[in-house]
Design a binder for this molecule. Structure first.
Ligand SMILES: Nc1nc2c(c(=O)[nH]1)N[C@H]1C(S)=C(S)[C@@H](COP(=O)(O)OP(=O)(O)OC[C@H]3O[C@@H](n4cnc5c(=O)[nH]c(N)nc54)[C@H](O)[C@@H]3O)O[C@H]1N2
Ligand SMILES: Nc1nc2c(c(=O)[nH]1)N[C@H]1C(S)=C(S)[C@@H](COP(=O)(O)OP(=O)(O)OC[C@H]3O[C@@H](n4cnc5c(=O)[nH]c(N)nc54)[C@H](O)[C@@H]3O)O[C@H]1N2
Ligand code: SF4
Ligand SMILES: [Mo]
Length: 777
């Protein structure tokens, strides 16, 4: 098939509006994407580089080059891939690949965060690494360990993140190590921890095949987890009684294929979910035995109130009285009968799976709204049985495996341990063969705090690996200034230039995907191996190599006695052994052969665990516990139903800034676009960003599709092309963040959730004016 623009393709696709994005899944994939794939001499199994669905791929090789990718029929995705996975191999040889180490020529710019003309000169690895090591050593010597920091990624291999964590927290002795997962799944993690005592979903993809009801809230699965969405639609196609409820302020392609779309005002879904619980309780759709055996009620003790932190079931019922559908309709804009319908569908269905992503997490009350979704499952007992689970969809391919599990976060230590707990620090010091007291007791700086500290001159040297904060951080102008300021900044990236690298002092070229080996862990606790199949371009090196070279130059080789990524994996297996994250049984040998294994997996004979907390299935359920479900993450073995009121958003619209700006993704692009803009077909589908405006708003603003408008928030201004569509609610506008020249994050707020420290990308107040020239950033 010849190249088609997105529009041409959609025109010929009958199902375009209902299943946008999925047409790619129903055509013969190899034919569509890659005629040269037919020439492949061999196909090797691997994992898609992109989202946390973690699709199995087969990578086609010829003459030492990757010539195509197809879905692995023997993996969970059953041979399906979305267009990004299918075309991913084309980025390997893209012109923008970073090939050589580079050092900024001359002084840094004035630190105004605007696009500098990058003036870099090529240097040898020896020169680059010596410079980096010297700068880090100097900073530590002059200002202490907390004057350096590492900012990592949910896209690095587990072995890389594990080593970075050990280098910074263990060897150097600073907890200033965080990453882009803080912008992504921090609220999901704190949601699981506050409800169940332990992070990570208890359910699995197989639950989708047995669900009678799907509740998708704040996730645009058709574009962001397309292969999982296909699995949802397959379930519905098999059994027409299955119902899909989508709660989203936009009529996304996901919402368009739902049975019921609850289109609420952004930020008011805490009230919406509480109202669903109110109806479930009122109509007696609860599972009283399950509640009695497995649930404890919790509330935050609030100043000035007599509220107990351990309310009763009756207190919960009283609390819900404020959230009748009629009351909530006035708050969130969803008709009361729709709320009732959603609650009844959920409550009466035999089984139910909830799924959510950034619509819930990127919120100043992200943790709370996660708790509220868990509540729906706990009060109905729809959890821990085939087809019923609250399943947080992770974003990046290895945010779960590489970051949540290894503890590459400022407050965390590997395998669920915490910086703040002295016994956890002591355990890690022993495991890492460090002197007692080496690991600092104070949690480090989380993502936004880290860049604020860089701007304030407190962080003197920062290592950024596998992420592009110069485009992806909120309230971006401030933090671009920080990156460009006087602190020493190293960036390791597989592409150049990027909006971060252009502001850095040193740029290191990184090997990408199948140019190196390591493990990825996806949404359902499935760990999968990615084999090295080709050499990286130019002088690019794996991040593991880079980190180990840095460790050596800082004088820590004795702690990093690793000759391969397998050596790192084996140490990490030992560190997690005996914890609630036990995957000791997953050797490289097994992972090379098998299509992924789900932890817990405590020994080499263990097949892996589909459902945690289920007696007879989860090997970690204590022997003395009574089943069928045992929430062993908490000392009382009960999960928490939290009384969480409606709160937020941080910046509701007002008369000066009357519109709500929400931001996010499109099917064909990955985040900041460095990779997908380097794949011709994907770039052509969306060459530039746009703002979606509802026809009513477009009429009052007197703008049409193709016009430019100026969006202004309290933090910045952006000129962007209009796309008139009834996808958003009136009063809500949407801009994706893939375009390096239309930096929507100049507008977004860096207000964070106080528990998870995750920023509220999903809403801020803007005003809109017609016209404007593109001159920002
Ligand atoms: N194509 C593609 N797929 C991806 C990615 C990508 O870049 N491109 N990135 C991956 C990553 S890292 C992530 S984190 C995921 C993100 O996956 P998603 O979270 O599904 O995607 P987003 O577009 O960020 O936002 C999801 C939805 O949140 C809605 N929303 C806005 N405000 C609110 C609100 O107040 N409440 C609720 N409940 N919803 C709201 C938006 O309308 C939007 O439809 O996608 C992963 N998959
Ligand atoms: N406005 C707005 N902003 C957002 C969000 C939003 O919804 N709205 N979502 C937030 C979320 S959920 C996320 S996850 C972040 C994502 O934000 P980022 O992590 O900044 O975005 P990416 O484009 O994924 O950046 C990954 C970088 O790593 C490089 N890379 C790829 N492979 C490798 C490798 O193996 N090694 C190295 N060293 N580099 C590699 C890529 O070229 C790319 O530049 O954005 C956040 N920002
Ligand atoms: S759904 Fe996600 S993992 Fe699967 S092919 Fe698409 S981007 Fe890759
Ligand atoms: Mo993400």
């Amino acid at each position: 098939m010849q190249d088609l623009t997105r529009r041409e393709f959609l025109k010929i696709s009958a199902a375009a509006t209902a299943t946008l994005g999925l047409e790619w899944l129903t055509v013969p994939q190899q034919l569509l994407a890659q005629p040269q794939a037919a020439q492949a001499e061999k196909w090797r199994k691997g994992v898609c580089r992109f989202c946390s669905t973690g699709c199995g791929v087969l990578v086609g090789l010829k003459d030492g080059k990757v010539v195509g990718v197809q879905g692995d029929p023997d993996n969970h995705n059953k041979g399906l891939l979305c267009i990004k996975g299918l075309l991913s191999y084309q980025m390997l040889n893209a012109p923008d690949r970073a090939k050589f180490p580079m050092v900024r020529k001359g002084d840094k710019n004035v630190g105004n965060g605007r696009r500098a003309v990058p003036t870099f000169e090529r240097v040898s690895w020896e020169q680059a690494l010596t410079l980096v090591a010297n700068k880090f050593r100097e900073a530590i010597r002059a200002n202490g360990a907390d004057s350096v920091a590492f900012y990592g990624s949910g896209q690095s291999f587990t072995e890389e993140s594990y080593v970075a964590n050990k280098l910074f927290k263990g060897a150097i002795g600073t907890n200033n190590i965080d990453g882009n997962p803080r912008l992504c799944m921090a609220s999901a993690a704190s949601g699981y921890v506050t409800t169940f005592g332990k992070d990570a979903p208890m359910g699995c993809y197989e639950d989708l095949d047995f669900a009678d009801c799907f509740f998708v809230i704040g996730a645009n699965m058709a574009e962001c987890h397309p292969v999982l969405w296909r699995r949802v639609l397959n379930r519905k196609e098999k059994d027409k009684r299955v119902k899909i409820i989508v709660a989203d302020p936009r009529r996304t392609p996901t919402a368009a294929s739902a049975d019921l779309h609850l289109q609420f005002i952004p930020g008011y879904d805490l009230a919406l979910v509480n109202a669903m619980a109110q109806v479930i309780v009122e109509q007696g759709l609860t599972n009283e035995l399950f509640i009695k055996q497995n649930v404890a009620f919790h509330a935050d003790a609030r100043e000035g109130t007599a509220q107990s932190p351990f309310p009763t079931y009756d207190d919960y019922k009283k609390f819900l009285a404020d959230y009748t559908p009629e009351k909530v309709e006035k708050i969130c804009g969803v008709p009361a009968d729709q709320i009732r319908q959603a609650a009844t569908l959920f409550g009466k269905s035999r089984t139910a799976v909830s799924m959510w992503t950034m619509g819930l997490n990127q919120r100043t009350r992200g943790t709370w709204v996660n708790n509220l979704v868990h509540n729906l499952h706990l009060i109905t007992g729809k959890i821990g049985v085939k087809g019923s689970t609250p399943l947080s969809l992770t974003g990046q391919g290895n945010a779960c495996g590489g970051v949540r599990d290894t503890g590459l976060l400022a407050h965390a230590l590997p395998a669920g341990r915490l910086v703040a707990k002295s016994e956890d620090r002591a355990t890690m010091e022993k495991l890492w063969k460090l002197p007692p007291g080496r690991i600092a007791a104070k949690p480090g700086l989380s993502a936004v705090e880290m860049f604020a500290a860089l701007g304030a001159g407190k962080i003197k040297a920062l290592f950024i690996m596998g992420t592009n904060p110069g485009q992806s951080l909120p309230n971006l102008a401030a933090y671009r200034k920080a990156i460009e300021g006087s602190g020493f900044v190293v960036v390791s990236d597989a592409f150049f230039p990027t909006r971060t690298a252009e502001l850095a002092d040193v740029v290191l070229p990184a090997a990408l995907w199948v140019e190196k080996e390591g493990v990825y862990g996806c949404t359902e606790r499935r760990y999968q191996f990615i084999e090295k199949l080709i050499d990286p371009p130019g002088e690019a090196k794996s991040d593991l190599w880079i980190l180990l070279e840095l460790a050596k130059r800082l004088g820590y080789d004795h702690l990093f006695n690793f000759n391969s990524s397998e050596d790192v994996w084996n140490e990490w297996r030992t560190v997690a052994r005996g914890t609630a994250y036990d995957f000791y049984g997953m050797t490289y040998e097994r992972l090379r052969k098998e299509r992924g294994i789900l932890w817990p997996c405590p020994d080499e004979k263990h097949p892996g665990t589909k459902r945690r907390y289920v007696k007879g299935e989860d090997p970690l359920v204590p022997k003395d516990a009574e089943g069928p479900v045992v929430f062993y993450g908490k000392p009382d073995r009960k999960a928490a139903v939290w009384l969480r009121p409606q709160e937020g958003p941080a910046e509701p619209p007002d008369k000066d800034y009357p519109f709500i700006l929400t931001t996010g993704r499109v099917l064909e692009h990955w985040h900041t676009g460095t990779m997908t803009m380097n794949i011709t077909k994907l770039r052509r589908t969306h060459p530039e960003a746009f703002v979606e405006i509802h026809p009513q708003d477009a009429a009052s603003l007197d703008v049409n599709t193709g016009d430019t408008v100026k969006l202004t928030s309290r933090r910045g201004t952006l000129t962007v092309k209009v796309r008139v569509t009834d996808a958003p609610r009136p009063g809500v506008v949407f801009v994706p963040f893939f375009d390096k020249d239309v930096l929507v994050n100049l507008l977004t707020t860096d207000a964070v959730d106080p528990v998870s420290k995750q920023p509220e990308y999903k809403m801020c107040a803007v005003k809109i004016e017609k016209g404007g020239m593109r001159d920002e950033g």
